[in-house]
Ligand binder design. Structure first.
Ligand code: PGA
Length: 266
């Protein structure tokens, strides 16, 4: 696929704060971050704080162009599921997005392609945009199974999505070996998988829809490498962990178009 298609997709930069930042720490971040990105209107920006910080962060984001996301949700409507949080709860606190199937949830909390699929369907039902995470482990990459593993995760994770909802989906390709390791996939490695994902989407939903769906890259994204990743045709944004915890580094990532990145890049 050689169409120059990336221009029709609006870039999306999502901060995944994982289990970092208390409420006061989240508030201190926003005090610096919001003024720094106030003039950015050509990129969608999403903050995904810990559940406990959703409400105060939501208040501080109101009236800004920055959207709120959660890091996980339960697939059930409501019920006796101690410690869980539902789609209705997330929308009631102001969430627009929800990260689904992050590799840490697959690795430490037993999430599978089947549970990821249920969560995606539940998120869409509540009008939340799911940011669906896929990615291979180092052993899988070394065994040349990357495209097979990611293909399976995409096909099984996205089973039975109502066709009216497919354009809304956001996929995040996050090679597990690149998460929190400082070892980013090269732009060529990332582009290869992004293109393979887009080809699967084309197969399942047709060309137009596949060209509308945003595919983010995640795994040691930082101000120094965001521009070269974003220059790849099928990379439409980033899901950022470590580098999203500081207002200046996440701010530079959001402003990747204008940022004069520190010289130590590559
Ligand atoms: P990282 O995390 O940017 O710290 O590698 C990305 C993620 O896990 O979403």
């Amino acid at each position: 696929m050689s169409l120059n298609s990336s221009s029709q997709r609006r870039p999306l930069m999502a901060a995944n704060w994982k289990m970092y930042k208390t409420i006061p720490q989240a508030e201190a971040f926003l005090k610096e971050f919001l003024p720094a990105v106030a003039n950015v209107n050509d990129v969608d920006v999403v903050l995904c704080p810990a559940m406990v910080a959703l409400a105060p962060v939501s208040q501080l984001l109101s009236g800004t162009q920055v959207a709120l996301g959660a890091q996980n949700m339960n697939e059930n409507e409501e019920g006796a599921f101690t410690g869980e949080i539902s789609g209705a709860m997330l929308t009631s606190v102001g969430c627009k997005y929800v990260i689904i199937g992050h590799s840490e949830r697959r690795q430490f909390f037993g999430e599978t392609d089947a549970s990821v699929n249920k969560k995606i369907l539940a998120a869409l039902k509540h009008n939340l945009v799911p940011i669906v995470c896929v990615g291979e482990t180092l052993a899988e990459r070394d065994a040349n199974q990357t495209l097979q593993v990611v293909g399976r995760q995409v096909r099984a994770g996205l089973a039975n999505i109502p066709s009216a909802e497919t354009k809304k989906l956001v996929i995040a390709y996050e090679p597990v070996w690149a998460i929190g390791t400082g070892r980013t996939a090269t732009p060529a490695q990332a582009q290869e998988v992004h293109l393979a994902i887009r080809d699967i989407l084309k197969d399942q939903y047709g060309s137009l829809t596949s060209l509308a769906i945003r595919i983010l890259y995640g795994g040691s994204v930082k101000p120094e490498n965001i521009a070269e990743l974003m220059a790849c045709e099928d990379i439409d944004g980033g899901l950022i962990g470590g580098a999203s915890l500081k207002p200046d580094s996440f701010g530079s990532i959001v402003k990747f178009r204008s940022a004069s990145t520190p010289s130590a890049s590559r």
